[in-house]
Ligand binder design. Sequence first.
Ligand code: ATP
Length: 255
Amino acid sequence: MQITTTDMGLVARVQNLTKTYGRANDGTRVDALREVTIGVRRGEFTAVMGPSGSGKSTLMHILAGLDSPTSGQAWLGDTAIEGLDDTALTVLRRRRVGFVFQAFNLVPTLDVKQNILLPFDLDNRKPTASETFWIDTLVDTLGLQDRLRHRPHQLSGGQQQRVAIARALATRPDLIVADEPTGNLDSRTGRDVLTLLTAAVARYGQSIAMVTHDPIAASFADRVLFLADGRIVGDIPQSSPEQISSIMLRMETAA
Ligand SMILES: Nc1ncnc2c1ncn2[C@@H]1O[C@H](COP(=O)(O)OP(=O)(O)OP(=O)(O)O)[C@@H](O)[C@H]1O
């Protein structure tokens, strides 16, 4: 009998995951991930840190079904990602993953409200009463009330990022994958966004995996994973920004 991802209390996991770009024979080979085995716990806020080029985004992309492993396995819940064809992958991403990436991926022809409701439209359904209440909370907390009829090009970068966050959280997907979600925000809005993410975890048991370079942002997480040179080199429970900074500093010195 095989123990499943759900049995382990995880929402996603990878096993012996390797991702290689390029080719050895022309000198372009990059080992972005090397034999990584790690799980993202259900109902937890996990931060992923590490130096530039350590493999953080690659790991996130594979966890979210956006990219495929060179070898090893990846599961979202109990679904093995590598067994899925393109259509099944698209449905999995649409129904079960929420994305917050640096390039906001908002639809330019839709207004803010329509962008936030897009995951429901793509799934041919309307939000339930409880989802509508949650979306209103998101819009209020993110300060988007008076921007609902604006198009993305009429918003600042920070406002666009907040719309992307509202859209990712709206359907309460199995996993939110966030790559530097506070990178473009001023410190106060950034803090509000992190508070909102932790509220989603506390209130709905939302599972979140967030890449960040910012020790303050990482200190909001329940757990911090550290990647270096394509390997997991640290896995610590919630810690202060000072503790996280000192680990990052030691990693950079060692590198
Ligand atoms: N499409 C690609 N083709 C070739 N190499 C790539 C590709 N994507 C990533 N890499 C390489 O893989 C390694 C890991 O990249 P990745 O983007 O995962 O790192 P990261 O930790 O997210 O970095 P950063 O903090 O700078 O965003 C890097 O050396 C990068 O140059």
